[in-house]
Every structure is written in C-alpha cells, then in structure tokens.
Write a protein that binds this ligand. Structure first.
Ligand code: ADP
Ligand code: MG
Length: 421
C-alpha cells in the first residue's frame, strides 16, 4: 500500500472573521506530483497554510505522513514538509547563504555547528536554483523572482519529503521557471519527493502533474487526472468565463484557451558525459547537464578548485588530484576509465597549464575509442602552457573529429541530438 504524504479529513478552517475551507477532504500519495488550481480567493493559500499548521482548523484533521500535524514539533514538521510561500516574510537583514542554511537548521536543529555534509547540501541547493552568485547579498535587496529561488533553495536544503509551492513559479522569468520545474520534476522522479504546486497555468499543470485538485469557494470542486479535471464545462463554471480545452492530436497535451505549452511529463534518459573542467568553468555546466537528466562524471580536478567543490556538492563522481603538482599517472588512468564509460567527453572553458594539460590526452583517447568529444571554443585565450601546447592538442583533436561548442544552449542541443540518433 502506498503511503499518504498529506491527508485532509473533513477540514474546515479560516480566519478570525472569515470561514474559508469548508469540509475539505483529499489525500496526496507519497511520490505524487499534484497541482492545486482554482480562481483567486478560492482558498488555495489557506489550504497550504492549514497543511503547514500555520492555521489551526476548527474542524477535521490534517495528517502529514500519517501523523496529526497539530501534534508535530516544529522540527519534525520541517523534516516532512517544506513550503515556498506566496509572499515571503523573511528577515531582510540575512544574506542569501544564511537564509538557505536556515533551511538546514529548521529540519536538523543544529546547535551552532554546521557539518560539511550540511554545507554541501546548502551549496547544492544554491547551485541548482542558480543563486550561488548572490550568496553574500542581502535577501531584502533581491528581486521577487530571485527571492522565490532563494526560498526554494532554503526548502531544498531542508530536505523535506513533501514540498508545497504557492504560485512560486509565476514570478520567474521563462528560463528560471523552466529550470525550477526541471528541479521539481527531477526530485519527484528520482527522490520520490511529493510535490503540491499551486499554479495558474492550467496547461502547464496538466502537462507536468499526476493529478489536479480544483478549488472553488473554499471547497474541492474536482480532483483527478488532468483529462478528468480540465473539462471545458467544469472550468467555465468555476472560473466564470468561457474557456476551451483542446487536446493536441500529436502530443496529447491539454491546452486551456492559451498557446500550447511545451512541458511534457516524459521521462528523459540522458547521456553519460565526462567533463574536463576547472577554475569555476564547470559549475554552470554541471548544473545544466544534471538538470537535463544527463549522468555526469568529472576529472581530473584539482582538489582545491571551486569546480571540485561543486562536483562534491552535486554528488558527481570525480577524480581529484593534489594541488600544486602535476597529475599522477594513476590518477589520469582513473579519469580515463570514467571517460571510457561515457558517451561523450566535454571540455569546458577551462584554462590549461602544464599541470592539467594531460586532461586533453584523456579527450584524445576517448575520441579514438569513438566517443563524441565537445570542446569549448577560444582555446588560444586560455592556453597558459609554454609553446601553446594546449592549442596544438586541441587543433589535432578538431582534425580528428572533435566538435566545438560556444554556448551551453548549443552544447545541450548537440547532446540531445546525439541521444536521439
Ligand atoms: P487563493 O490562494 O486561492 O487566492 P486564499 O486562500 O488566499 O485564496 O484566500 C481565500 C479567502 O480568504 C479570500 O477570500 C481571502 O480574501 C481570505 N483571506 C486570506 N487571507 C486572509 C487573512 N489573513 N485574513 C482574513 N481573510 C483572509
Ligand atoms: Mg493564494
């Protein structure tokens, strides 16, 4: 039997002078991705606040993973449930990194000591949500969309089993909205994280969700798979306007009176890629490759390099070498083993010196073995070896069939192409 992540049993709740939820009953199964939809004021945020015990119901009972939410200690609750609220009432004088670390503290109850494992979780959450670059900035000085991503990073660092997001994606630009959805889908698929997403984008919700919950006037009007809930007559009455629902004949995607949304809940199987990076050139590359569903290995990386730190935080299998010394033969062999198992080897915009030059031999060997090799453009400007040895090596790699890449977008498209052919 599957476990219930969240159960509402006949819950009535509201505010001092306003009754909102009226005998609401439903449950979310552990591992489900569910979207909560409904017009403004229908009670979606109130439902989330009640689930998180910010509001005490005056009737019925709320259970989180089988336990009465009213009886959970705050720390127990934080370990089960993370909420990215619609409006953030966070102390403005904290830096981004302090706020994300707070997520860790909320569920672990750290007493002044943050372990290296906690640091990695915080780092990983910041990388995934693309807020690493603003780690030292004050939360209060960020834009609304940036604040939403920080709030998500905090909740990711908290590592709850259920995440609820209240219209968090509506404030994001198109690129970051996509990325946040990719993070959520990835965690949902790979870690069986349960997601409850409040969203006004009905077509998008239908494409990415297992089920939809539709609210009207504080009651659950419908619940079920997207096809059953997105019915023109039902939506038109709930939203009080004329809505049409069409199904794309090719993709099966449901479309509610707007342009077709591209997101599909299709399980992506990515490539296995080995990355040669360093000097910070790998962080964005790692992040995007992982989000796209690729399996990533890396090395040889210098142990003190920021890319090494990122690789560790992201659980990327990597080969490390000692700083200030040339790469040892045995170490290079280990990295070669990883690249042999990969479909492709990617060379980032990494500067080359005598210390890491042998990493290009690794790419050469992979190419000989029939692997695709993608090399970032502009090697001459990053070649610090005497006699421009890296440039020469790259030139012979290109002659032997390596492909150059400039933008991440281009590289990801090439990998996608490689996978589908
Ligand atoms: P939704 O999130 O679906 O837009 P809400 O749950 O925020 O809806 O609001 C449901 C109803 O409760 C609305 O009529 C709203 O005006 C009212 N409401 C929300 N917050 C409060 C509050 N703090 N005090 C009193 N009424 C509130
Ligand atoms: Mg709301």
């Amino acid at each position: 039997m599957t476990e219930n992540a969240l159960t509402f049993r006949d819950v009535s709740a509201g505010y001092k002078h306003r009754k909102v939820l009226d005998r609401v009953s439903f449950s979310l199964q552990a591992g489900e991705f569910v979207s909560l939809i409904g017009p403004n004021g229908s009670g979606k945020s109130t439902l989330l606040k009640t689930a998180a015990a910010f509001i005490k119901p005056h009737g019925g009972r709320v259970e989180l993973f089988g336990r009465d939410v009213a009886r959970l200690a705050p720390r127990e609750r934080a370990a089960l449930l993370g909420i990215v609220p619609q409006k953030l009432e966070s102390p403005m004088a904290f830096t981004v990194e302090q706020i994300v670390t707070n997520g860790r503290v909320a569920s672990m109850g750290l007493l002044g000591s943050v372990s290296s494992g906690d640091c990695d979780l915080v780092e990983r959450a910041m990388i995934y949500t693309d807020v690493l670059g603003m780690r030292d900035r004050f939360f209060g000085e960020l834009s609304g969309g940036e604040q939403q991503r920080v709030a998500l990073a905090m909740v990711l660092a908290q590592e709850p089993k259920l995440i609820m997001l209240d219209e968090s994606i509506s404030h994001l630009d198109i690129n970051h909205r996509n990325e946040v959805l990719q993070i959520l889908l990835k965690l949902n698929r790979e870690e069986q994280l349960t997601i409850l997403l409040v969203s006004h984008d009905l077509s998008l919700s239908a494409a990415i969700s297992d089920r939809l919950l539709l609210m009207q006037d504080g009651a659950l009007k419908a619940a079920g798979i997207p096809q059953d809930v997105l019915r023109a007559d039902l939506l038109s009455s709930v939203y009080n306007c004329d809505l049409q629902v069409r199904q794309d004949p090719y993709t099966g995607a449901l479309q509610v009176s707007g342009p077709l949304e591209g997101q599909q809940r299709s399980p992506k199987t990515g490539c296995r890629v080995h990355v040669i990076a360093g000097g910070g050139s790998g962080i964005e590359l790692f992040r995007r490759l992982l989000l796209e569903g690729h399996r990533v290995t890396a090395g040889v990386l210098n142990l003190l390099d920021s890319d090494a730190e990122a690789a560790r935080a992201l659980n990327i299998e990597s080969v490390f070498d000692q700083p200030f010394s040339p790469i040892a033969t045995a170490t290079l062999e280990k990295a070669k083993r990883l690249s042999r198992e990969a479909d492709a080897v990617i060379v980032s915009h990494v500067p080359f010196g005598t210390g890491n030059l042998v990493n290009l031999d690794l790419a050469a060997e992979a190419l000989k073995l029939g692997r695709r090799v993608y090399i970032a453009t502009g090697i001459a400007g990053r070649d610090y070896t005497s006699g421009k040895q890296a440039t020469a090596k790259v030139e012979s790699l290109m002659k032997a069939g390596a492909v150059c890449w400039e933008s991440l977008h281009e590289l990801l498209a090439a990998l996608h192409e490689q996978k589908t052919h």
